[in-house]
Design a binder for this molecule. Structure first.
Ligand code: SAJ
Length: 418
């Protein structure tokens, strides 16, 4: 089981391929993006992730990992392709289907096919299984399918892939057991075997739990702004209770996981998922809430706003589903001029002109902090005072520590409407 083909070399696929290669497996990484394949074969990594550069260079150099645009025969195929949503919030399974079909010509008896991509409930039974069954493959005795979702935190991917508990959901019991054997080569955490459907729902519920709890914190922020309650004090004190874990309010929920996964459940059971749907609506409503607060702080039309942070969360370069984009769009619709600064984002990955800190702050009426990068936790206050006539900081992530009395600092806990 040590000849692997990993399809999809993104945030999850590349670390996964590299860790199996480091364990001594012979791994072929496959991606449709030729630039990714080319740079990888030179040992270069396009993704910013702690420790990944060095690991990839090592295993490429040792010949345990190579990259190609073409699938080749292997003992184990791991599918780690994106599963985004369509405009109508239904799951886009095109990449999972294309990857499964790319494996078909190379599949052999005894092979294990693992889908790591996050997928709606019943996808293994109703979509992936039939792709192989319809070509005459017996899923009980000839080939073995499993869904093994990842649960790593971007920024800590390598260590979490190794140490987190791994759920292995088999198309049947034999498939779960064979997939578990594959992961034992890399995973030091517990490996729990279950059914594919249970694994699909488990993964989705992990992120839906978070989305609903973030929505609760965001709703508290709105209520607090209306009643003059200090949101952060309430959360901090309520969490003193041993069994309470109120999450943090923010500008909205970004990323290709928390903001997406609840829709995979809602799609399959719309009449029973009211709370999940309302939570999504609340989190999707936060950009407008943020813009309404900016309008209260800076009522002058045509004013300049410096947006600090485009990524969906701190200290990474990922901007997928980031609430910063709807916030900027809404502010521009209200007639504000926007400067954008984010030290983690490359200019060629976004359409906005990215400015350095001073250029972004120059003559701005308000600094709007949307991401909790470490660089934003201690801002250069002298520059702010010098570059802004009436310095206001609105920190939607409650991550900035301001010392100067001259700078007006706002978070949700002091935006009383009264
Ligand atoms: N956020 C809040 N308030 C909070 C926590 C987060 O507003 O209290 C926001 C963040 O700013 C961000 C978004 O939610 O915009 C999502 O951030 P996150 O750190 O919760 O989630 P991801 O997408 O980086 O990673 C999650 C993780 N899942 C859980 O924590 C249950 C990770 O373990 C998963 O592997 C990942 O989704 C995934 O790939 O599914």
């Amino acid at each position: 089981m040590n000849k692997l083909c990993v399809i999809g070399l993104g945030y999850i696929g590349l670390p996964t391929a590299s860790l199996f290669a480091r364990s001594g497996c012979s791994v072929l990484g496959v991606d449709v993006n030729e630039a990714v394949v080319e740079s990888l074969n030179k040992g270069q990594v396009l993704i910013k992730e702690e420790g990944l550069n060095q690991l990839v260079a090592e295993v490429i150099d040792q010949g345990f990992l190579s990259a190609s645009t073409q699938v080749q025969p292997a003992d184990v195929f791991i599918i780690t392709v994106p599963t985004p949503i369509h405009e109508d919030k239904t799951a886009n399974l095109d990449y999972v289907i294309q990857a499964s079909e790319a494996i078909l010509p190379h599949i052999q008896p005894g092979n294990v096919v693992i889908v790591e991509s996050t997928i709606p409930p019943r996808t293994m039974y109703d979509v992936v299984g039939p792709i192989f069954q319809n070509k005459g493959w017996d899923l009980n005795s000839e080939i073995f399918l499993a869904h093994c979702p990842e649960r790593v935190l971007p920024g800590k991917i390598l260590q979490e892939l190794i140490h987190n508990t791994r759920i292995v959901g088999g198309y049947n019991a034999e498939s779960a057991s064979r997939a578990a054997e594959v992961y034992r080569q890399v995973v030091k955490g517990e490996i729990i075997e279950t059914t594919a459907l249970t694994a699909e729902m488990t993964k989705l519920m992990e992120n839906t739990y978070r989305d609903v709890n973030i929505a609760l914190a965001n709703e508290l922020a709105k209520i607090s702004s209306h009643l003059g309650v200090n949101t952060l004090d309430v959360i901090e004190l309520a969490n003193q209770h041993p069994r309470v874990n109120l999450h943090q309010p923010g500008p909205g929920v970004g990323g290709h996981c928390i903001a997406i996964d609840p829709y995979f459940i809602i799609e399959k059971s719309p009449e029973h998922s009211q709370m999940m749907q309302v939570a999504r609506e609340i989190n999707e409503s936060m950009p407008l809430f943020v813009v309404e607060q900016v309008q209260r702080l800076v009522p002058t039309a045509g004013a300049k706003i410096a947006v600090l942070g485009l990524t969906y969360k701190g200290n990474i370069d990922d901007t997928r589903e980031s609430p910063a984009f709807p916030i900027i769009r809404l502010l521009e619709e209200q007639g504000y001029y926007i400067n954008v600064h984010d030290p983690y984002v490359k200019q060629d990955s976004v359409s906005y002109e990215l400015k350095d800190f001073k250029a972004a702050v120059q003559d701005a009426s308000c600094l709007l902090v949307l991401t909790d990068h470490n660089e934003f936790k201690q801002l250069p206050e002298k520059d702010i005072i010098q570059l802004m006539e009436n310095p206001i900081v609105f920190d939607t992530k409650n991550c900035v520590r301001i010392n100067s009395e001259i700078i007006q600092y706002y978070h949700y806990n002091n935006l009383y409407e009264g």
